[in-house]
Design a protein. Structure first.
Lengths: 265, 274
């Protein structure tokens, strides 16, 4: 199902599925999408949805309706079109894109798939494929269940599946590439030896004497005391129980061994 | 038999980076060797209610029955140990409580929860689970998954429709095929394993295993096994650093020593003296 994503200043306010044939937009409360803002007319615009196609029509609003920067009277909505009403933006997400998006957003929501629902969906699927050739015999049952499951995913709510927390997950911010860190031993038997910190965790020290862990996180590297009576020191200062952020060229002292932390270019 | 000196337990639960509610619930009763983790589902706060009911009902009911019986007692009728029956009964009680609450109160309609429970006794661990919350074990440096998810994805893997590699990128990781509180009756999957001193057991919700590779989880357990509390926090932090799209919960249990059942009269006296 196609939908609109209402946002203001880049902040997503809500998602509106286009379920009705006519979806009205305006300031007055009787509208399907009410936008309480003086720049929006009482009856501002309407979206007419026929099968998979949606048309946007301005209803003679005072400030007009803008799609992708161009004022329009009537417009055939395409996937990713952005409708502007004053400070508000409505992004149109077409049927196919919405289906994919919905599954993506559902990624982390645990749902229960009930056998009854699966059976119903399977029958539905069978009815839809009609006289299509049956699946290879040994896999038939499994495959039919899998087809059913795809149906079930789409008709999840209809089939009585419990889902949790219907908020969509915000897109994760792309992380900047993190420079690789390393430590070089400054004292002890292996002085001069270098160790790259490419793993999410690297443990250092001797069990029973003093063990610390260096963790690689998006924010940088941290050192945490794990066990032993003596806490590791960074630049001469013993660290607290909490993880300690490491800076380039910090000197760590652990169980009598000194080492330097540095970031590789 | 009091297992507080035998099992070291640490847990951590966190809403994650995206969600405002924590629908996971964890509970532990070291004395009875019981740990429970549940990941709730259902609109509004129903998920929290379901997982909270699951952990509370199972822990309190188990405490009650274990006050007058020991898990390794033998049932004269079936000549089998009562542990599995006791645990199964308490899981079913929790199922009934959640199901009835969901039926009677409209705001809880459709709520349910995944579950993983471990009962430690007599050098063994009895595991019951439903849904996609998991149990892992680290033994002799090897980290492996003990439970098998009741999920669509697992069924697809089992039937050979998709490979493990494809499963990592699958879209519907979230569909579970068994859960607590959804139907009037439920059959928890139960298994028993021998434990070994030094083992570390990890119970976790899908918020951990979906966000962090098994290899990295194993590495964290190996590196930080000396400090379970820190290890639990580290696992949650790793899930959050990777995006933390779901609630993350972990319970870690380390077996410190052997804990054979005190069966004979002499053994009982000896256990009492200890």
């Amino acid at each position: 199902m196609a939908k609109l994503i209402l946002s203001m200043d880049g902040l997503v306010l809500k998602e509106i599925p286009l379920t009705k044939e006519r979806t009205t937009i305006g300031r007055k409360p009787h509208n399907d999408i009410q936008i309480d803002n003086l720049a929006v007319s009482g009856e501002h615009a309407v979206i007419v949805t026929i099968l998979n196609d949606s048309f946007l029509e301005d209803l003679g609003s005072t400030n007009g309706t803008v799609v992708n920067g161009n004022p329009i009277k009537k417009h055939f909505l395409q996937n990713n079109d952005v409708v502007e009403l004053g400070k508000y933006k409505l992004k149109f997400v077409g049927e196919a894109a919405a289906a994919v998006g919905a599954e993506k957003a559902d990624f982390e929501k645990t749902m229960v798939l009930r056998p009854a629902a699966m059976k119903a969906a399977a029958e539905q699927a069978k009815a839809m494929t009609g006289g299509a050739a049956p699946q290879a015999a040994p896999q038939a049952a499994g495959a039919a269940r899998a087809t059913a499951s795809h149906q079930a995913v789409a008709s999840a709510t209809a089939a009585g599946i419990a889902d949790k927390d219907p908020r969509p997950a915000p897109a994760l911010a792309a992380r900047p590439a993190q420079p690789l860190g390393a430590i070089q031993l400054l004292s002890g038997n292996n002085a001069g030896k270098e160790l790259e910190l490419s793993k999410p965790l690297t443990t250092l020290g001797k069990p029973g004497v003093g063990v610390a862990v260096l963790t690689r996180r998006p924010q940088g590297y941290f050192i945490t005391h794990v066990e032993g009576a003596n806490r590791p020191a960074v630049n001469g200062q013993p660290i607290s129980a909490a993880p300690h952020a490491l800076k380039d060229h910090d000197v760590i002292e652990l169980a009598g061994v000194k080492m330097e932390f540095f970031l590789k270019a | 038999m009091d297992l507080t000196q035998t099992l070291e337990i640490a847990s951590c639960t966190d809403p994650g980076m995206v969600r405002s509610h924590n629908e996971d619930s964890v509970a532990a009763d070291a004395a009875n060797g019981l740990v429970v983790l549940a990941d709730g589902m259902g609109g509004y706060n129903a998920g929290e209610v379901a997982s909270g009911m699951a952990t509370t009902v199972i822990v309190t009911e188990m405490q009650q029955v274990l006050a007058s019986a020991r898990p390794y007692d033998v049932d004269p009728r079936t000549s089998q140990e009562i542990a599995a029956r006791l645990l199964r009964e308490q899981v079913l009680k929790a199922n009934t409580s959640i199901y009835q609450a969901a039926q009677s109160q409209p705001q809880y309609a459709g709520m349910g929860t995944t579950l993983v429970v471990c009962l430690f006794y007599d050098n063994r661990v009895l595991v019951a689970h439903l849904g996609d919350s998991r149990l892992y074990v680290l033994r002799d440096g090897k980290f492996k998954q003990v439970t098998r998810d009741h999920s669509l994805l697992q069924e697809q893997i089992d039937s050979g429709l998709i490979t493990l590699e494809q499963a990592k990128n699958a879209q519907h990781k979230n569909l579970v095929t068994r859960a607590l509180g959804i139907d009037p009756s439920v059959e928890p999957e139960m298994h028993e394993y021998r434990t070994k001193p030094g083992d570390i057991y990890l119970l976790c919700s899908d918020g951990l295993c979906d966000m962090v590779d098994d290899d990295d989880i194993g590495m964290a357990l190996q590196a930080l096994g000396g400090n379970l509390k820190l290890c639990a926090q580290q696992l949650v932090q790793m899930a959050n650093d990777n995006g933390g799209r779901d609630n993350v919960s972990v319970i870690l249990v380390r077996v410190l020593r052997e804990y054979p059942a005190a069966r004979g009269v002499m053994a009982k006296v000896f256990a009492w003296l200890k």
